[in-house]
Design a protein around this ligand. Structure first.
Ligand SMILES: Nc1ncnc2c1ncn2[C@@H]1O[C@H](COP(=O)(O)OP(=O)(O)OP(=O)(O)O)[C@@H](O)[C@H]1O
Ligand SMILES: [Mg+2]
Length: 439
């Protein structure tokens, strides 16, 4: 089947202060097909898509549609050319409802005057039906979990009827069943001739869904072809080069004594029922305990209870056999508990602060001298974690918002590890992290 090229980048270079994020890339986006994009954290995937979506401008090079050069100065500008994007980081307004978020800046109006809320609600319901979700249009987005917010972002992009749809890691917080639903929607869009760009770190997912694949490494394209015959080793080779990296090795070690216990934890849900329903578990030193459940099953809420974020939770926790009496988060960190939260943008990081400041936020006490902060000690500890976690940064003084999605996640992980936890709670910790770093 023939897939016409709907958009091209030629000689695309993007320079940020201290970083060449794209190095003279040539990219073809094919219509009626899924164009997958893969590469390590910081390789330039999101940057290339932001150029297409009108968020960033190329430093050098051109974007062409139907053979003509185009320049987008904003996402609205790109939208007028039929380009829609679901960003890697969630971009919704927490205080507004699902319907309001979906139609923001494109409100449906009655006689061009006031907002037609019932029309927006009905359209939202239809979108949710298409995505096989029963999220109420009137729910404030801030009360939804990350996975549900991802569904709202996808619904919002579908509502724009884009001819080119960019999905930057749309499934990082979705369950297997929800991924299947999204794939069915993508198949429908393809049939309608929509050109889709799909970014993910789940390689099997890419091979299954993709028609074409482009691999980026350090801002340069190292491979671009039809998906036919592509396998995981081919992708990995192009992603990281011939030099093979060490992946996680399983080492056997004996478990220690019980280090943590939860007894009969309950968390009432607003509006009745229990979000966490009589959960008990026991954890030994050196043990990894997996917590599984569908979206909304209470996994995140349970971890939040352990961390001391819900003061109306019932039940009892024990650390090394002694009851955990500390009620607040700071007290629980002091007892050796750390959480890598699911929602890095809102719970994990302060976007305006530097990478260094974010990493040490939970362990500031370690660097406080009587009247001042020991900056040298703080810097060297941060440098150590940056190296261990292979965080790609230009300088630790840059704002954390200048990092790629996966590298922001590594900062969240570093921040938790820096408190030297005895019990580490991880809620979807590998969201957006590439295979090399999962080790
Ligand atoms: N606003 C910015 N200011 C400075 N540097 C930036 C900015 N945005 C991105 N970068 C840098 O550009 C490079 C490419 O980032 P990009 O977000 O495109 O990576 P990515 O391939 O999407 O990675 P990930 O898989 O982690 O999402 C990174 O080194 C990043 O730190
Ligand atoms: Mg990215």
């Amino acid at each position: 089947m023939d897939h016409p090229i709907g958009l091209q980048i030629r000689g695309g270079t993007k320079v940020y202060p201290g970083t060449r994020a794209l190095k003279s890339v040539d990219f073809d986006l094919r219509m009626g097909a899924v164009n997958v994009l893969v590469g390590e954290n910081g390789a330039g995937k999101s940057t290339m898509m932001k150029v297409i979506a009108g968020v960033e401008r190329l430093t050098e090079g051109t974007v062409l549609m139907d053979g003509h050069e185009v320049q987008f100065n904003s996402t609205d500008d790109a939208a007028r050319h039929g380009i829609g994007i679901v960003f890697q980081e969630l971009n919704l307004f927490p205080n507004m409802t699902v319907a309001e978020n979906i139609f923001i800046t494109r409100e449906k109006t009655r006689f061009g005057v006031d907002i037609d809320r019932s029309a927006q609600r009905a359209a939202t319901r239809a979108l949710m039906q298409r995505l096989e979700h029963d999220i109420d249009p009137d729910t404030p987005v801030g009360t939804l979990r990350v996975g549900q917010q991802q569904i709202v972002e996808i619904a919002k992009s579908l509502s724009q009827n884009a001819r080119i749809l960019i999905l930057d890691e749309p499934t990082s917080a979705l369950s297997a069943a929800e991924v299947e639903i999204l794939f069915r929607v993508i198949a429908d869009l393809k049939r309608d001739g929509v050109g889709i760009v799909y970014i993910s770190h789940r390689l099997e997912e890419l091979i299954r869904i993709g028609d074409y694949i482009t691999v980026l490494r350090d801002g340069a394209i190292t491979g671009a072809r039809s998906m036919e015959g592509v396998d995981v080793p081919w992708i990995v080779r192009n992603m990281i080069g011939e030099a093979s990296k060490d992946f996680a090795k399983t080492e056997h070690h004996p478990y220690g004594p019980e280090i943590f216990r939860a007894e009969d934890i309950c968390l009432p849900r607003i509006g009745g029922g229990l979000a966490v329903d009589h959960v008990s578990l026991s954890l030994r030193a050196g043990e990894i305990l997996g917590v599984y459940g569908l979206m909304g099953a209470g996994r995140t809420e349970f971890l939040e209870c352990v961390m001391g974020r819900h003061d109306h939770a019932r039940g009892q926790f024990f650390v090394e056999g002694t009851p955990l009496r500390e009620k607040d988060v700071a007290g629980r960190i002091a007892r050796g508990i750390a959480l890598i939260p699911e929602d890095r943008k809102n719970d994990g990081l302060v976007q305006m602060l530097a990478i260094r400041e974010n990493m040490t936020l939970s362990s500031l006490g370690d660097f406080t001298r009587i009247f001042h902060m020991d900056l040298a000690a703080e810097r060297s500890r941060v440098a150590d974690f940056v190296k261990r976690l292979v965080v790609k940064i230009a300088s630790m003084e840059n704002p954390v918002s200048s990092l790629s999605g996966g590298n922001q996640q590594k900062v969240v992980i570093g921040k938790a590890l820096m408190t030297k936890p005895k019990i580490l709670l991880m809620d979807e910790p590998s969201r957006g992290i590439d295979i090399g770093a999962k080790a």
